[in-house]
Design a protein around this ligand. Structure first.
Ligand SMILES: [Mg+2]
Length: 169
């Protein structure tokens, strides 16, 4: 495995609603892939926090935004996508490349023009790196719209990534 496949291009230490959209415009991103669970809403939550709604509304003014989730539930991911007015893929099987490649093709977009934002190294970041997207690791989102500090899963993933040489933190 290539060493930097587990090193996000950007790890701002923020949750999604705090990311400056301007950053993506500066690096000429045209298409943005968003992970769902943990990134735009927490766990089994179904209500999307206002800050996320506002962030997505703003980003849609400048970028094409697509939800890319490993969650197999069409009901859950479809309902989130509907609420935000976004297209979506569920059961994406990240870090496998197939679903992301297919969507890039459908959108007629080069990987270099796309970014992926997610809360997991071994799915979101890895699939983005494998295809050549700009990858952003965010802190998982809590129900109240704040980031989950000291997330155990993310810490564990970083430790494992560090052990195999991907991330030094
Ligand atoms: Mg996630």
């Amino acid at each position: 495995m290539s060493q930097n496949w587990l090193t996000p291009d950007w790890e701002p230490g923020l949750a999604l609603p705090s990311l400056p959209i301007q950053h993506f415009l500066e690096i000429q991103t045209k298409v943005l892939f968003l992970d769902v669970d943990g990134t735009i809403l927490s766990g089994k939550e179904i209500n999307i926090h206002q800050s996320v709604r506002e962030w997505v509304t703003e980003s849609k003014k400048h970028l094409q935004v697509h939800l890319l989730s490993n969650n197999p539930s069409v009901n859950r991911i479809g309902s989130v996508a509907n609420q935000l007015g976004l297209t979506f893929t569920c059961g994406a099987a990240k870090p496998r490349k197939k679903a992301l490649m297919k969507t890039l093709e459908e959108l007629n977009t080069n990987p270099s023009e796309a970014a992926i934002i997610g809360d997991r190294l071994f799915t979101d970041i890895l699939v983005g790196k494998r295809i050549g997207l700009y990858t952003v690791l965010v802190k998982p989102l809590l129900q109240n719209g704040y980031p989950r500090e000291n997330c155990k899963v993310q810490s564990l993933e970083k430790k494992v990534a560090g052990l195999i040489g991907g991330v030094v933190q």
